[in-house]
Design a protein around this ligand. Sequence first.
Ligand SMILES: Cc1ncc(COP(=O)(O)O)c(C=O)c1O
Length: 392
Amino acid sequence: MNVKKIREDFPILNSKKPIIYFDNACMSLKPRQVIEKINEYYNEYPACVGRSNHRIGRIASEEYNNTRSIIKKFINAREEKEIIFTRNTTEGLNILSKTLDYDLIITTDKEHNSNHVPWLMSGKKREILKTEQDKVDTSIEEQLKDILAKNKNNKILISIVHTSNLDGTTINPEKIIKIAHENNALVVLDAAQSITHKQINVKKLDVDFIAFSGHKILGPTGTGVLYGKKELLEKLKNNYTGGDTVKDTFYDKVEFEEIPQKFEAGLQDYAGFIGLGEAIKYLQKYINDIESHQTKLNKILTEGLKEHVKIIGPKNPELRSGIFNFTSKINHHELSVILDNYANIMIRSGRHCVHSWYNDHNIEGSARASVYLYNTEEEAKTFVDKMKEILK
Ligand SMILES: Cc1ncc(COP(=O)(O)O)c(C=O)c1O
């Protein structure tokens, strides 16, 4: 992976006052190819999709539908129908929490609020698998088997974070899915972080549903994907209805569209999804090299700072993908502002939408640096040096 060449594609990294952008777990930067593709829609064919038969309407439809085909190939879905366009991971998980038939939901203690609050609000029976902080966990599989054995008469759903935004650790989805299916349970993977650096093959994994966002994979904000196995999606009711979800209506009845249309109510973010297709084409070129690059940088951060800060998650950076989340003697919010003002370094501070975990561990918040394909070893070394100066 030629990082120097990749960086040329990102306008913000080539500005007069370049920044060190280490807030990638929150939002990725956008390459010019994606920005240009979005502008192409607005400049050349800013029309309705699937409705207008004129020339620019046809081009818009073709480009928009092309994104579904790109995503189908990217995650190796069986059919394009299995790809539902959403606004983000959160919307995908909300669709599932509100429309699936289940009476017990199993999550972990490290879920992002988006994979915690919808289930909490569902009022259904819940079980929370307890993860260990200092290593990649295998005990959750044993806990899962136990819960499944005790709840044989329930319709069980497991919704679990694939790669954690809290500490960068990744679960073993194959094992979880196998255990679940042997017990007639369904599995949802929150793939918001894992999709950024892993080639996810939904067919091979045999996962029932995954949700992810466009903005973390070099794409536009306000775009996301919910994948589901066709036979499962077909059984779900649509919770939003209206234009584009119907085949026909009468004053007293409605005939709904097939999947995925029945879930995509109203005019969509056409420019966004056309841009998302371009982002995935870009990402696909590098996806197999990203994680090892992130680990290389994370090793520099860890080696350089392990004596100066307290790392959240395993000590071994190889288990934390691109995430370096830590507490130090400086308040995390203050530290992020100092890093910005003093060193042009952008990180995130707070509880990273995993409030429940921070409350449970009595930690007020933390500072999180997260790296991606365009970050360099020099940037990682600068971060270490500046952090040491600031701490001193
Ligand atoms: C693991 C995880 N799940 C879910 C989300 C929610 O994503 P979005 O806000 O795009 O819906 C995020 C975003 O940070 C995340 O990191």
